[in-house]
Design a protein around this ligand. Sequence first.
Ligand code: TXA
Ligand code: MG
Length: 320
Amino acid sequence: MAETHQDTRLLAADAEGIEQAAQFLRQGALVAFPTETVYGLGADACNGEAVARIFAAKDRPQFNPLIVHVADADAAQRYAEWNDLADRLAAVFWPGPLTLVLPLRAGGGLSPLVSAGQPSVALRAPDHPVGAALLAAFGGPIAAPSANPSGRISPTRAAHVVAGLSGRIAGIIDGGACPVGVESTIVGLGDVPTLLRPGGLPAEAIEAALGVSLAAPVAGAALTSPGQLSSHYAPRAGMRLNAREARAGEVLLGFGPEVRGDQTLSASGDLTEAAAQLFDMLHALDAGGAEIIAVAPIPETGLGRAINDRLRRAAAPRGV
Ligand code: TXA
Ligand code: MG
């Protein structure tokens, strides 16, 4: 990946280290921090370019949606369409290793890249003094996947994060070993409560609190794990990739100095900016009622791989 090298500061888990980490987040930079499950790689969830940097730092070839970390259920309700089941589970298990997937609330201010353009959002309040202090100091939602390079094991110590991501992120708060050591349990709270990922909180405990058993995920249903369907969340319009100009009846999504479009992902050809704009612009062009959205060629390097992955899915035959 052609990301420029940066000095990664190892920060102490004290007031000064946490304030420095919050400062990095405000600047749109990335900070790894401990939670009770694993170390998270945090970015300001409302800043699209900061969120795009997560995918670049992890060298992830796909935009999968990220968990948004919040202080508590009150904060979560700014970003999700909250419901009674969420209320009950948050009252019993938050803060803790439980992530709730709920319909995204319009106007909440999260970057669409956080939810990979989907109409749902994953939220969790971590139960760790350092994670909680960082959320308080930053004062906003923190998007954070596990702080490991794509395809590697999740980190449970600061040294694991150093080994995997040093030189690619602004800072790492060293808060010692993570007590739970496996990722959070993820529950989808659409029409039917669904276990989307087993994790640090046993499913039985969740079922006991709800008084019903959790369903297994169904491919294609709302709020299931993404990326399983090649054409999920395709725009209504058809798509034509690697286009250098719009044909009759098409709108053009441009990239770089050579292909200016009706919307342009990045006029300068910056892939971080392009990733941050992708879902917003696809939605805007789709809402305009065009029959076909033609998309400029995007280089297959760095974040361009994830952008192209998502564009290919959007262009795949429908109903697959
Ligand atoms: O314990 C954890 O959950 C850790 C710490 C840092 O909080 N985070 C973590 O994040 O494991 P990550 O990115 O490695 O895994 C997030 C999972 C992915 O499998 C993703 O597909 C799912 O959450 N997810 C996120 N948003 C979703 C959504 N809107 N709908 C369905 N699944 C979602
Ligand atoms: Mg992970």
